[in-house]
Design a protein around this ligand. Structure first.
Ligand code: BG6
Length: 525
């Protein structure tokens, strides 16, 4: 059933109303957004606040403070806030909730490195706290370029803005990328750790804000029937695909330095791996869950330098056509990566990665986890495929082997969120013949659709002090340790064959070979 609220959203944020809605209203607080004039704030954060308000999860005592370089007036910023909620959250124009949120919004034009601007920030927070009765609770959202993370936290520390006293809290949300390799992630952890306690740090990975990603835990641990077969005895291998149709769009400057491996694997994809592979936690407390995730990340076998070339595939898209297999005749022609804005025309940066990982523990020994992700692939699709071992053939000698499809459980993360299970069934008729059939669960059939940015739950959790869905320092470092050997080898041996896949195809041939060598193949829909 849809949870859609009516279009006359007002601002009724009492605890009782939130309780009616199945949730607890968030703690009273001020949200400070660094980088408030950027894309993330406009497209995700402000719409997410609107959605939280619509679901009665925001407290009455709530205010927003934008901090960014742009020299715009507070009134202009308020107007932007209304506009963003309208454009990116579908809020009706002139809705009372948007007006309420805009009225509770303030803005400072400042520089992330200027001490005086942080004095202004401090004075503004004090003033807002008195006006909106936010009880001294503040969370700072670092939606800036990563090179500012450390400097901002240092300034906050110097102005004593991160000091918690009994009865009020201070928290900092840090966006990705958290470092650009293991060393830089360690340095960043150390620097912010000089100012903040680990319990005040919320390292965000927006994949954990997705309902279907959160559902991996529920699926595995709230049901009795899957866990007994969730191991090396029954599972042949796991495949994780995160495919995007988009290219690098306007992010060439960042992406050409980062590349696909850094951009997607140590964070989003390893979150999916750890949730799929972790042991049951002893509770859903933040550290109980994160301890288990962390153990899995630490158990991923480091890829030896001499194995990198056979277990890690990189690709870069060239020109191609949109459409299912890149062959569409009248489809739009898409430029190759090297022709994208702000990308080096000789770039060796990868836009596609496939890896074969193994997890060295009792549950997963000898069960490969194949992962692949890339830009400009034929369709947008994120899925986790659990392929079970085949049944013994003996009873079905006369059935061709390719008809004896193994059981496959697919967790469809996005779009078309759901879960499906493939199994063999008797094809009606006088002979015993087996055909593959599918049992499908679709989120929308059961729960309707609710517009969400994926940031609602994460912002809300920060406001109530639940860090379960945020990364701990050790998890971030473990994630970088997994990719570090690949980064090292690729840095030393730049790819010579780029571009090596046309836009609109499923990546370079080597990605198919990675599976084929093991007698397996990527799932085709
Ligand atoms: C971001 C990456 O973290 O995730 C982008 O920087 C990528 O390059 C995006 O496109 C994918 O997120 P989603 O939610 O669209 O799968």
């Amino acid at each position: 059933m849809s949870n859609q609220a009516s279009s006359t959203h007002s601002a009724p944020h009492s605890a009782a109303e939130a309780a009616d809605n199945g949730g607890r209203v968030a703690d009273r607080c001020i949200m400070v957004i660094f980088g408030a004039s950027g894309d993330l704030s406009a497209r995700k954060l402000l719409p997410a606040l609107y959605n939280l308000g619509r679901n009665n999860l925001l407290p009455r005592e709530f205010a927003i403070l934008g901090f960014a370089k742009d020299a715009i007036s507070e009134e202009d910023y308020r107007q932007r806030v209304r506009q963003d909620m309208h454009e990116y959250a579908g809020a009706p124009s002139d809705c009372s909730l948007c007006n309420w949120l805009a009225d509770h919004t303030y803005y400072i034009a400042g520089d992330f490195g200027q001490a005086e601007d942080f004095d202004k920030l401090k004075a503004k927070i004090t003033e807002m706290d008195e006006r909106h009765h936010t009880g001294g609770n503040v969370f700072f959202y670092l939606a800036t370029l990563p090179q500012f993370f450390s400097a901002i936290v240092r300034q906050l520390g110097e102005k004593c803005l991160t000091v918690e006293e009994p009865g009020h809290w201070r928290r900092v949300i840090i966006e990705k990328p958290f470092g650009s390799d293991l060393d830089s992630a360690r340095v960043l952890n150390r620097e912010i750790g000089q100012v903040l306690k680990e319990t005040q740090i919320y390292r965000i990975d927006h994949y954990l804000g997705k309902e279907t990603v959160q559902n991996i835990l529920i699926f595995r641990f709230a049901n009795g029937i899957f866990e007994p077969v969730w191991n090396r005895r029954y599972i042949d291998h796991v495949q994780i695909t995160v495919a995007e149709t988009l290219g690098v769009e306007r992010r060439g400057g960042y992406y050409d330095r980062a590349g696909c491996l850094r951009d997607m694997v140590p964070n989003h994809i390893l979150q999916l791996v750890s949730l799929t592979a972790m042991e049951p936690p002893i509770s859903f407390e933040a550290d109980a869950v994160r301890d288990e995730q962390s153990k899995v990340l630490h158990a991923i076998t480091p890829i030896a330098p001499e194995d990198v070339l056979s277990r890690a595939v990189r690709g870069q898209y060239g020109e191609g056509r949109s459409g299912a297999d890149g062959s569409g005749n009248d489809a739009e022609v898409m430029a190759g990566y090297r022709h994208e804005p702000m990308v080096d025309p000789q770039s060796h940066t990868e836009t596609f990665v496939a890896l074969k990982l193994t997890i060295d523990n009792w549950r997963w020994a000898d069960v490969p986890f194949y992962i692949r992700t890339g830009k400009r692939l034929p369709k947008r699709m994120t899925e986790i495929v659990i392929q079970f071992r085949r049944a013994p053939f003996v009873l079905f000698r006369d059935t061709p082997v390719d008809r004896l499809t193994p059981n496959v459980l697919v967790m469809h993360i996005q779009p078309d969120e759901g879960i499906s299970l493939q199994f063999g069934a008797k094809i009606p008729g006088a002979h015993v013949r087996v055909g593959g059939v599918t049992m499908d669960f679709k989120y929308t059939d059961y729960f309707g659709t609710e517009s969400s940015t994926g940031y609602e739950r994460l912002l809300y959790d920060c406001m109530i002090g639940d860090a379960t869905l945020f990364q701990r320092a050790d998890m971030v470092e473990a994630g970088w340790s997994v990719v570090e050997p690949v980064l090292d080898v690729w840095r030393a041996l730049p790819a010579r064959s780029f571009p090596n896949y046309p836009s609109g195809s499923w990546g370079p041939k080597e990605a198919e070979d990675l599976m084929r060598r093991d007698g397996r193949q990527w799932r085709m829909e």
